[in-house]
Design a protein around this ligand. Sequence first.
Ligand SMILES: *Cc1c(COP(=O)(O)O)cnc(C)c1O
Length: 337
Amino acid sequence: MIDYRSDTVTRPSKEMLEKMHQAPVGDDVFMEDPSINTLEKYISEMFGMEAGLFCPSGTMTNQVAIKTHTQAGDEVICEELSHVYQYEGGGIAFNAGCSVKLLQGNRGRLTAAQVLASINPEDVHKPISRLISLENTTNRGGGACYDFNEFISIKEVAKANNLQLHLDGARLFNAIVHKKENPLDYGKVFDSISICLSKGLGAPVGSVLIGSSAFIKKARRWRKVLGGGMRQAGSLAAACIYALENNIDRLIIDHTNALLIRDALKNKPFVASVLEVETNIVIANITGNQTAHQIAQRLKEKGVLAMAMSPTQIRFVTHLDITSDNIQDTIEIIKQL
Ligand SMILES: *Cc1c(COP(=O)(O)O)cnc(C)c1O
């Protein structure tokens, strides 16, 4: 099967497994796991942040960040398609006791003007607007990237109104590679960033939350409360370090592959349109008498797995386990469909 359901389906390579096998380990709740300490330092320095916190999932890094930035009763501003709202099991309410101000953006992206207009006035009736949570690249937005200037404008709004700014960077390296950005610029704008190593970078498990030392100290407590304090997890961190050292620049291959899938799809009679492809996600809008689920089923019968996101949308995500032969086969299969 050629699996495009998500970039989470990658398996650790032989070289990565060797690094995991050799990793020095210790008890990370005591902060004595050398591999985890190295990973946290490596990635926080890459972004010019003071400290990092290794977590088992991107959901946990996001939820720990939201909990750390807020008090119960505060409000979190985010886009309506954002992962923190759509796909984290209601965690903003459950873990942080916060309400959410949902904004309708453009493919998952907000503007500074929208954020500014959504901040509550000083009024006992209103929850206190405390945190803005952005996503780059956007997942439901089909891998769209922000223009960095928008981040700078949103930061100004946040600063002027005493709000914190969090970035869900599950696929941040896809954006950085695509836009040729400097990670240090992100560290200057955001108060916290969550980065997944288990997506396009190909590690089996792991996300890191980065921020100031004081923020990460508080976040470490909430990670423990949520049950995310791991012990000899250094082998997992070693896989993440391998991913950072070897798998960032190659993301560009995934982006090129996504464009090839788009080209194969775009003239099919059952495809009304394909969202503009910027990174590694291709979303096609389906038309005619077949549903996206039926098309996904027909693809599956021919050896290709894609995800029906709704009756009228099908998604393909490229990743490092997709070879150029896989792409050629997929193009042929789509042609024959
Ligand atoms: C995948 C993803 C996450 C985290 O997911 P986990 O499965 O919990 O690691 C967070 N945000 C976005 C935008 C994602 O795509």
